[in-house]
Write a protein that binds this ligand. Structure first.
Ligand SMILES: *Cc1c(COP(=O)(O)O)cnc(C)c1O
Length: 457
């Protein structure tokens, strides 16, 4: 490492994709058509799209070249073996089952091990994970450390599992817990990492209770980078070495290659247990495809294999984590309330703190997200009362927090794009008192954040 502070993107641009500039009037019209729901916008009307980091990253030259090696044989394609080797290089599980994305791996796994009466602990379930657990009649329980629930608590590993709570939970539910999950990084908790020490402790508790441990590994490389940076004794290790130690503590994993696979689609399910693998493969054939392609084209398998080699490169990870922190640090310095420390893949604005005059049931996160789009063409995602405030009986309650997530697609935007985001967010924050809340004029009975329509109050 040298002493320069400027973040140098560890790539130069080889092929460009235009983004379209729009005026405030055009964006007002787009918002009217969309019912003030940013999910309803045409993406072509968005200048900087920070809705999600899932499948939205840029592939490298070598990934595009790898697509040309794609072999579309139905069974036993060479591309399958390239994929298998790349996965097992980092995660040496005996069985690897390719799926079209992460939730397909979850659906298959929980269909086999879930069911009524079962309970599954996790540091924090991602929403599709929770939904797939609950769809089988099982219960999903989040046991992250208390700091992980406090937006302003500073802790280097806010994604850690609460070991005491896990131990007590496994004792209280003996016989009903088919698996313990740990999500790295903890996406729903703000992209916060889990330490190696915590993973060792989780493993020890699982061993004591005879329960297997699985990883939700979507952001494994970002998590490994945080371990290298922040955990005592880890600074001199290579990222693949840290990843292999993480894998060695688990009995299996689910994965979305749309995150740290650096691909636009794909995922996998992996495990050591032969019987479980057989049951999962049988379901795979029913819903995804033959076990050597699992719902993916041969070319996708090649792109993921190459992505896995690139995502553990230190120049990439240094740039990735520094550029997320760059956005967060600048907004923090400007006095914008945020979740801290900054996670790996996103910065979360605390809309409830910024807009105290808008009560949670008038959706401060929605108000802020709409304002960022209206003023600057930036699309973030409300993670608050719109997303979590609707109870199954149809009544409403404030969500745990009212946040706006600015998720950063991998290798997609430059530092000047981020400087623009900083300028727009700071501008909107300075005029926060002028923002008004919203009411929902039309909503479906569940998952309303995707399709609800909003009216300004
Ligand atoms: C994205 C994600 C998933 C689901 O993966 P998809 O590819 O979107 O189906 C599961 N867990 C975590 C932590 C995720 O971030």
């Amino acid at each position: 490492m040298n002493h320069w502070k400027t973040i140098v993107e560890p790539f130069r641009i080889h092929s460009v994709e235009p983004v379209r500039m729009t005026t405030v009037d055009e964006r007002d019209a787009a918002l009217r058509t969309a019912g003030n729901n940013l999910f309803n916008l045409h993406a072509a009307d968005v200048l900087i799209d920070l809705l999600t980091d899932s499948g939205t990253g840029a592939m490298s030259r070598d990934q595009w070249a790898a697509l040309q090696h794609g072999d579309e044989s139905y069974a036993g394609s060479p591309s399958w073996f390239v994929f298998l080797q790349a996965v097992q290089e980092l995660f040496p599980f005996r069985h690897v089952i390719p799926t079209h994305q992460g939730r397909a791996a979850e659906k298959i796994l929980f269909s086999v091990i879930g069911g009524p009466g079962k309970v599954i602990p996790n540091n924090t379930h991602f929403d599709t994970t929770r939904a797939n657990v609950e769809a089988t009649g099982a219960q999903a329980v989040d046991l992250v450390i208390p700091e992980g629930r406090d937006p302003s608590a500073l802790h280097p590993f806010k994604g850690n599992m609460d070991i005491g709570a896990l131990d007590a939970f496994l004792a209280a539910h003996a016989g009903s817990v088919p698996v313990v999950f740990v999500t790295i990084t903890n996406n729903s908790g703000g992209g916060q990492p889990v330490s190696l020490a915590n993973l060792h402790e989780v493993r020890a508790v699982c061993d004591r209770h005879g329960v297997p441990l699985f990883l939700d590994g979507c952001r494994f490389a970002e998590n490994a980078w945080f371990i290298k940076l922040r955990e005592p004794g880890q600074a001199d290790r290579s990222i693949p070495d840290i990843v292999r130690e993480i894998a060695s503590l688990a009995d299996g994993m689910t994965m979305s290659a749309k995150k740290d696979g650096l691909a636009n689609i794909g995922g996998w399910l992996a495990m050591n247990d032969d019987g479980l693998a057989e049951a999962c493969r049988n379901l795979l054939i029913l819903t995804e495809g033959f076990p050597t392609y699992g719902g993916l084209a041969g070319r996708d398998l090649e792109a993921i294999a190459q992505g896995l080699r690139e995502v553990v490169a230190e120049d990439y990870l240094r740039y990735r984590i520094r550029s997320t922190a760059y956005l967060g640090e600048a907004l923090h310095a400007a006095g914008v309330p945020l979740v801290r420390p900054f996670g790996g893949h996103a910065v979360y604005l605390d809309a409830r703190a910024l807009l105290p005059h808008i009560p949670p049931l008038q959706y401060p996160g929605q108000a802020l997200a709409v304002a960022l789009y209206r003023e600057g063409g930036i699309r973030g995602c409300e993670i608050g009362t719109v997303m979590f405030g609707l109870r199954p009986d149809g009544t409403e309650t404030p969500g745990p927090m009212d946040l706006v997530r600015l998720a950063i697609p991998r290798r997609t935007y430059t530092q000047s794009h981020m400087d623009y985001v900083i300028e727009v967010v700071t501008y909107v924050a300075a005029r926060a008192a002028d923002l008004r809340g919203y009411r929902i004029s039309q909503a479906p009975p569940a998952l309303r954040h995707f399709t609800a329509r909003f009216e300004s109050l």
